[in-house]
Write a protein that binds this ligand. Sequence first.
Ligand code: GCU
Length: 430
Amino acid sequence: MNRCQWKYVLLCLCLCGSRELAPVMAQEANYDEAKVPAYTLPDLLTDLSGAPVTTPQQWQQGRRAEVLGLFEQHVFGRLPDYRVQLRTKLRSEVSDAVGGLAHRRELTVYFTADDSGPQMDLLIYTPAAATGPVPAFLGLNFNGNQAIEADSRLHITQSWVRNNRELGIEDNRATEATRGSEASRWSVERIVKAGYGLVTIYYGDIDPDFDDGFRNGIHSLGEAVSGERAGDAGGSISAWSWGLSRALDVLQSDARIDAARVAVFGHSRLGKTSLWAGAADQRFAMVISNNSGCGGAAWSRRAFGETVARINRSFPHWFCVNHRKYNNNEGALPVDHHMLIALAAPRPVYVASAVEDQWADPRGEYLSLWHAGVVYRLFGRAGMPSEELPGLDMPVQTDVGYHIRSGKHDVTDYDWQQYVKFADRHLKAH
Ligand code: GCU
């Protein structure tokens, strides 16, 4: 390995956020463009019978369902049709959050008639000055709703939290110290000042992020599975996406949010989730993927940085079991991730990368977006203007958006600045 490659490996060890990755990554990850294997991409605009797709109708009524079905079958899996009856309970409401700029609610959503059954807490910010329903960003968070803002009035999540395990602490309950710990990732002030709402949910409410054989979280809403999980049974990413759709169900009757103008957002594993949620549920008006990498915006076939084999080994519960057939065998996948992005079309989609986040393969993330452009063009919309990666910190926004910013794997205020601008362009015009 040359010096530059070592530098990437060290960077990834520091940045990828999961200690489990360290021991084998150095031997596995490729960061050399010259070593990206030759590949042929599945064609978005040729259907499974070999017929060309030439009209928006053919995409919307036929090819789209095929591509979605292939992702269910081979990548994320399907969940049973949980027949839930959503109930909500307002836990708190204040009109002086974020220095008086925001109205803020905590709303518990129960999935069954039992208050101790599966449930999730929505944290809902809307501009204090709003006089009617506002467009909003909806996204999952990593550490509990109390981590968004250091305000002692927020309830601390009672769900399992992962960070303690990574710190070697036995008790997986969030502590007082986690208040505001994720604040830098949520530019609430910028968002509400620009006239948007922000709705966030702790992802562990929906499905705790560890492999327990699919028993906890919303998986418990289905029949208990004995023995091996079916090859196409949905994993955690499907569960988290499902939770986002249930949040959107609840927002349909919220007087402060315009549910027809909700952008689904996510970072990293939750960026893979926002792409899948936006693909599966066309009610989301906009889709945003922040540093989503392997299994998200990045092409699997490039096998650059994190690979299919690596992600399935580190996180066996994220994808369906069938996805493992493509470990070191990406060429056999009947889809690749430009097709996941295309499932957002013709709705605006934004993909963001960070230059030091080579583990997530920024070039692969960009190329996916570029190739998804054929479907946007089918609808008379504009994709990315060039196959060349835009310059560092030079966002490009058309009907799709992209930027690669300086710095590491994270969500920053710079990222939110671009998302708000993109939303101004597409959600405000309606
Ligand atoms: C790990 C994992 C990535 C994931 C990231 C995260 O780094 O390998 O695929 O995106 O964790 O979600 O934080």
